[in-house]
Ligand binder design. Sequence first.
Ligand code: MSP
Length: 475
Amino acid sequence: MQKYFTTPIYYVNDVPHIGHAYCTLATDTLARYWRQRLGAENVWFLTGTDENSQKTVDAAAKAGQPIEAYLDEMAAQWRAAWDDIGISYDDFIRTTEDRHLAIVHELFQTIFDKGDIYKGTYKGLYCTGCEAFKTEQELDEHGHCPAHKRVPDQLEEDNYFFRLSAYEDKLLAFYQQNPNWLQPESRRNEIVSFIKSGLQDVSVSRETAEFGISLPMDPQHKVYVWFDALINYYSAIKNTDQESFWGHVEHIIGKDITRFHCVIWPAMLMSAGVSLPQGAFGHGFFTIDGTKMSKSLGNVVSPVEVSERFGSDGLRAGLLSSFEFGNDGDFSMSQLEDFYNSKLAGGVGNLFNRVIVLLHKFMDGTAPETNRCEDAKQLEAKFDALIEGKKLKGAYDFFFATVDVANQRLNETEVWKLAKVDREAATEIFTELYGYLEFLTHMAETLLPESAPKMKAMLGGDGKVGEAEILFLRQ
Ligand code: MSP
């Protein structure tokens, strides 16, 4: 079995915030889980940057930089941010790379040759914030784009159109035959009723765009940024050693971009004669202290700063355990601080430290001889079902519930007293506790990857436990 996970590719008109980190961390969690199960060679994890956008051109102009220099600098910043917070991507694609351009040209030409791209005139609205064409119905009472609170641009230009309308029935049949393709179910229902309401052809080029990929058959026009961006998932592996991963790709995206990924993208692939992805998951959005994150409100949180303070495990566990993956939720720094102190420092950190200290003190540092706690198989199956069902909060809750059970066993057995009077009985308790530590370490490879190697070191080897460490310093 193989697995290929992708995140959206992010716009580089700004640095990452924790909304972007949320999606990337969730995808990272899935990639790490499957690497542990299937071996690293059978998992591929792609992320990257979406660079052929008018937003970027505007941002470069504002920064007073030539576009190429700006893009290089911003892409490097995104990459560095993901490195800082422990994202284990296998590849990072930039849509300004030649490898991407070549495949965009190839696909555009194939779809054109098939007769699914034709030339016409686009007259209507365009929001640069969304990088999307808008209808009047989509605007609010002030005629503003609801997401960007500004009047979209009025456009009239020659455009190439993709015959999306021809794919209505094929898409509906696809969704019927693959009922679990898009998760969660609420997202699927939204998309299916959107398709049923009737699909219009979509513009896939911009005559007036200053920057981007030129059309192979008409270089004066640029490929519409979304048409180009979606292809990244394919261009990154096409004609490489990783090409076989294509048959196993799953897209992890936010709910804001499901229409692009779950209507237009499958139709593009159908038209080009490329097989469809294995699935897509549209996660929810979170607010900060009940308010939408926005630059103007000044409540944008940097994942790098959070990770500097709470460690990358603090950031990922805090975010992913706040609300279930797929739902909307809320996040706050005070909630993260409580979580960090009670669950990480006071919970799992304290448990590891106590058990290892006691093993040194009473058992000469001898590591108990079992592998895993008594009902390991059942517990493991429960954990696997949670992650495989993408219940990421569920998986963290299960992890911390296991910590609580182990801590409770430690307290109720008072093994430190027992060890002085009945070494055999104490050995039995230590064996049980050590089994819990092993199981927690196993899950930590997925859930707390920064701490997992430290946990492993504490478990030790060759019959001896390692040194007791502090996994999470109280804040
Ligand atoms: N460039 C496009 C995607 C192209 S994919 C072929 C884009 N980029 S983006 O930089 O705007 O990132 C959007 C993604 O960021 C969302 O789909 C979502 O995963 C994530 N989030 C942004 N804000 C978020 C929240 N407040 N909450 C959760 N996720 C958020 O769209």
